[in-house]
Design a protein around this ligand. Structure first.
Ligand SMILES: [Zn+2]
Length: 326
C-alpha cells in the first residue's frame, strides 16, 4: 500500500462495504470527469440526533494531495475495527457523531490534478473575498483554468464539489451544539501546520479565544506534538476559502444560539519528504505525498492520534468554550 498504487475511489468503495454496518453511507453528489462519473460519498457514524457534538473529517479537496484522503480512509477503517471491541469508543459514538467526506474532489484526484475536472480550485471557489490583498495567483484568481488556484467565473454558482462540502457541513454539522472539522491537506512548507481561520484576513477571527484554549489543551496533553498552530493567514491569505465562508455563514445564522463551530486544516509539510528524497520532486505526486513506503507508513502513524484528538475534543466543549462573548 502506498501513494503510487493509487485507486482511491475503489479504496473508498472497499471501505464502505466493510464498514457500512457501523455507519450510514450516502452518495451526495456526482462529478462528471471525461467519460466517467464519480460519486461524492458521505459517511456518518453515531446517532441521528444532529444536535450532538460532531466531528467532521474531510480529505481530497485538492486532488493531488492524496495523502490526506489516505489518512482519512485509514482513520475511518481503524474506527470501524475498534468499534468491535472498544466500549469507550462505542459510548463516545452514542454521545457524539463523526461525519466524513474522504474524497471531496474525486474527479481531480483521478486525474492527479489539484483542481476539479473543470480546472477550478475548490479551496478558492467560495463566494468570499480576502479583506487584505493575497499573493498573486496563489491567493486565488479569475484569469482562467489553465493556471492553478483558479476561482471560477465571478458570480457563477459554486462547483459541485464545493457545494457538496458546504451542504454537508450545513446539514450535518451546523445543528451540533459543538463541532470541530479537520480538513486534510499537504504540500506547503517544511513543517506540519494546524491552521484555524481566517484565510481571508490577518485580523483575528471571532473564535480566537477558543482556538487558543484548544491549542493549550493540545500542548498540555501531547507536549511532544509536531504541529505549528496558527491562523492560515500567517502563511498566506486567500480569496474563496470554503471554511472561511462556512464559518462566517454559521456565525451569521447562530447569533441567538450557543452553538459553536470551528473548522481546522491540517497542512502536512511535504517539503521535508522532498528534502529527504529529492528525486520525488520530479514526479507529479512527489511534491505533495510521501512516496517511500516507510515514510508513507510513518505519516499514517504520525497524524492518526491528532484526528482522534479532534474527534474527542469536539465533544468536550465545556473545556474550551468561552461562555461570555462580547
Ligand atoms: Zn491543499
Amino acid at each position: 500500500m502506498g501513494i503510487r498504487e493509487f485507486v482511491e475511489v475503489e479504496q473508498l468503495d472497499k471501505l464502505v462495504q466493510k464498514i457500512s454496518r457501523v455507519c450510514r453511507v450516502e452518495t451526495i453528489s456526482e462529478v462528471a470527469c471525461g467519460d466517467r462519473t464519480y460519486p461524492i460519498t458521505k459517511l456518518v457514524f453515531g446517532p441521528d440526533d444532529k444536535t450532538l457534538p460532531t466531528f467532521g473529517l474531510f480529505g481530497g479537496v485538492h486532488g493531488l494531495e492524496k495523502v490526506g484522503t489516505h489518512l482519512a480512509l485509514h482513520y475511518l477503517e481503524c474506527i470501524a475495527a475498534q468499534l468491535e471491541w472498544d466500549e469507550e469508543l462505542n459510548k463516545r459514538l452514542e454521545r457524539c457523531r463523526l461525519v466524513s467526506i474522504p474524497i471531496v474532489n474525486p474527479g481531480g484526484m483521478s486525474r492527479n490534478w489539484r483542481s476539479n475536472p473543470r480546472g477550478i480550485d475548490i479551496m478558492r471557489n467560495a463566494p468570499i473575498e480576502a479583506t487584505e490583498p493575497p499573493p498573486m495567483l496563489l491567493g486565488g484568481h479569475r484569469i482562467g483554468p489553465f493556471l492553478p488556484w483558479y476561482r471560477g467565473k465571478r458570480g457563477a454558482p459554486m462547483e459541485v464539489e464545493s457545494q457538496a462540502l458546504v451542504d454537508t457541513v450545513r446539514e450535518e454539522i451546523f445543528p451540533a451544539r459543538s463541532s470541530l472539522c479537520l480538513d486534510l491537506h499537504s504540500g506547503f512548507g517544511s513543517m506540519d501546520r494546524l491552521w484555524y481561520p481566517y484565510a481571508k484576513s490577518r485580523h483575528s477571527f471571532p473564535r480566537y479565544d477558543e482556538t487558543k484554549r484548544i491549542e493549550r489543551i493540545l500542548n498540555n496533553s501531547y507536549p511532544f506534538h509536531v504541529y505549528k498552530v496558527e491562523p492560515q493567514s500567517n502563511s498566506y491569505t486567500t480569496h474563496g476559502d470554503v471554511w472561511d465562508y462556512l464559518f462566517d455563514d454559521f456565525e451569521a445564522q447562530n447569533t441567538q444560539s450557543d452553538n459553536i463551530f470551528i473548522p481546522w486544516t491540517l497542512e502536512m509539510g511535504s517539503w521535508i519528504w522532498v528534502r529527504k528524497n529529492p528525486l520525488q520532486m520530479f514526479s507529479l505526486l512527489g511534491p505533495f505525498n510521501p512516496i517511500k513506503p516507510h515514510r508513507y507508513r510513518r505519516i499514517m502513524r504520525r497524524h492518526y492520534w491528532l484526528i482522534d484528538f479532534f474527534f474527542k475534543i469536539a465533544a468536550k466543549a465545556p473545556h474550551w468554550k468561552v461562555e461570555a462573548r462580547s
